[in-house]
Design a binder for this molecule. Structure first.
Ligand code: HSE
Length: 436
């Protein structure tokens, strides 16, 4: 019987500091839950001089990750440096040496997760990645265990705090996108490359992981349609309000007749949907299952302590598996690898939903009939319409909500409408959730 679980953390950044702080400050509660202590034996970072406000013994800190990977006494390696390399090599080396791994590296898992899961299975080690999606919200464990009895039907997530913060400020304070951008960055939640947040890439990384777990299928990150929030203007936010909606960057994944819809894009969500009330850097994930019905999970989606909480929960789970000789008890992708099925991701062209359309049209007779004529030719039916203002140059906003329409039809119609001489600017479109 082991008398302790030794862990080594690679990466003493924001998330690494959170995990270390929790392992030290909550050592007692962790020991009481586990029966034996978890010991932070080594912590590696290129910069070990910086004061992170955490007291560690001198011999714990090292600049050399190999001191963790090569230490036969370390049971669990925690990779918190992010990015593809050297993170992937560190993880594979740890697995090769029979060590279990914890990581919150969503980009790495979205792109190389399949390879890592298969190698881990062949070596009989556990991989924990609770911190990769939703920060402190235990959504990975919910999909792997809490909802294991269900056929998952759909997932709708606000899983990027930075873009939700920007949209919230634009909505509540009427500020422009560029105005709020640097403020969001100052909060410290943004990715090293901010385009990952505002172009939807971070959400798509996370949706790749959630979809893989929910539907028991290997999902390729590249197959997820990804659109960010940079096109959204205060004008559209105002019109959305008039129609009774909020604009949110949603990550959507659902099962539809044996195919999966998996997409990230700004979405108009009815005010009465709980997820439309999620503000600031908070995350929320709605999951529907055939047995459980509707469920929703809410919490801090980023930050040192929430993500540290998720990482430490993985350490505790894996430690329990080590103690009880049951490593591999729950397969990392939530299904037995050999039981998974290759499911097709539906083409974006085939997606069906209501659309918000904002045309910038010259205020002249017959403009509306031209627009509605083209929409009609493409099987798009208008549910409601607003026309506002008259600019000096004569262009006005003509805003419509359509009934459910096929993406391909909408894109085809807009391509034609945008070529009309009476259209002054590219038409804005936003996909809509719920019945119009
Ligand atoms: N950049 C991410 C966000 C951090 O804003 O949500 C958490 O994954």
């Amino acid at each position: 019987m082991k008398d302790r679980i030794n862990v080594g953390i690679i990466g003493f950044g924001t998330v690494g500091s959170g995990a270390a702080r929790i392992l030290i400050n909550n050592a007692d509660i962790i020991k009481r839950r586990l029966g034996i202590p978890v010991v932070l034996k080594k912590m590696a970072d290129l910069d070990i001089k910086k004061d992170r406000g955490i007291k560690l013994d001198k011999d714990v800190l090292t600049t050399d990750a190999a001191k963790i990977l090569d230490d036969p006494d370390i049971d669990i390696v925690i990779e918190l440096i992010g990015g593809y390399e050297p993170a992937k090599s560190f993880i594979l080396k740890a697995i090769e040496r029979g060590k279990c791994v914890v990581t919150s590296n969503k980009a790495l898992l979205a792109v190389h997760g399949e390879e890592i899961f298969h190698i881990a299975a062949s070596k009989g080690v556990d991989i924990g990645f609770e911190g990769s999606v939703g920060g402190g919200i235990p959504i990975i464990r919910i999909l792997k265990e809490g909802l294991a009895a269900n056929n998952i039907l759909s997932i709708y997530g606000i899983i990027n705090g930075t873009s939700n913060y920007i949209l919230t400020k634009m909505t509540n304070e009427g500020r422009a996108f560029g105005d709020v951008l640097s403020e969001a960055q100052r909060l410290g939640y943004a990715e090293a490359d901010l385009t990952f947040d505002i172009e939807g890439i971070d959400s798509a990384h996370k949706l790749t992981i959630l979809t893989t777990l929910a539907f028991g299928t290997p999902v390729k990150f590249d197959n997820i349609y990804t659109e960010g929030i940079t096109r959204i203007t205060p004008l559209d936010i105002e019109y959305a309000k008039e129609f009774g909606y909020k604009i949110k960057l949603l990550a959507i994944s659902k099962m539809d007749n044996g195919q999966i819809e998996a997409r990230v894009h700004p979405t108009m969500v009815p005010n009465e949907y709980l997820i439309s009330t999620v503000e600031g850097v908070f995350n929320a994930i709605y999951v529907a299952g055939d047995a459980v019905g509707d469920t929703m999970y809410y919490g801090r989606g980023a930050g040192d302590m929430p993500t540290g909480s998720a990482i430490t929960s993985d350490i505790i789970e894996i430690a329990r598996n080590i103690i009880t000789n049951s490593v591999g008890r729950v397969p990392p992708p939530a299904f037995q690898l050999k039981e998974r099925k290759e499911l097709k991701i539906k083409k974006m062209d085939d997606i069906v939903c209501p659309f918000y359309l904002r045309f910038m049209a010259m205020d002249r007779p017959s403009v509306l009939s031209k627009i509605s004529g083209i929409l009609g030719e493409h099987n798009i039916s208008i549910a409601s319409m607003i026309q506002k203002g008259r600019k000096e140059d004569g262009a006005v906003s003509v805003v419509m909500m359509t009934h459910e329409a096929k993406e391909k039809d909408v894109q085809g119609a807009l391509a034609k409408i945008d070529k009309l001489p009476v259209i002054a600017d590219k038409t804005m479109f936003i996909r809509v959730e719920g019945e119009v």
